[in-house]
Design a protein around this ligand. Structure first.
Ligand code: SF4
Ligand code: SF4
Length: 84
């Protein structure tokens, strides 16, 4: 399982600061941050700790099993960010 960031993300990077596995990208100092519409969780690195949930003031992070039907595309959008 993993957590998923959806399109209400406002890129304030508060989740990045609390993630113990450093699996939320792009960070502010990484290429692509300015262009990114939102941040993404690397599903291969997320350990489901939930630390990012209370950090997010826009309720943009959801456990993959709880992603609502109209946001399901973001499961793939998050994973796709880490494929190259
Ligand atoms: S659940 Fe934990 S490991 Fe996964 S993105 Fe959130 S803070 Fe990082
Ligand atoms: S804390 Fe929420 S709004 Fe802020 S960057 Fe993370 S997912 Fe986006």
């Amino acid at each position: 399982m993993a957590y998923v960031i959806t399109d209400s993300c406002i890129k304030d990077s508060l989740c990045v600061d609390v993630c113990p596995t450093d699996c939320i990208h792009p960070k502010q100092d990484e290429p692509g941050f300015e262009e990114a519409k939102q941040l993404f969780v690397d599903p291969a690195e997320c350990i489901d700790c939930g630390a990012c949930i209370p950090a997010c003031t826009s309720d943009s992070i959801v456990a993959v099993d709880d992603v609502p039907e109209d946001k399901k595309q973001f499961i793939e959008t998050n994973a796709a960010h880490f494929k190259n």
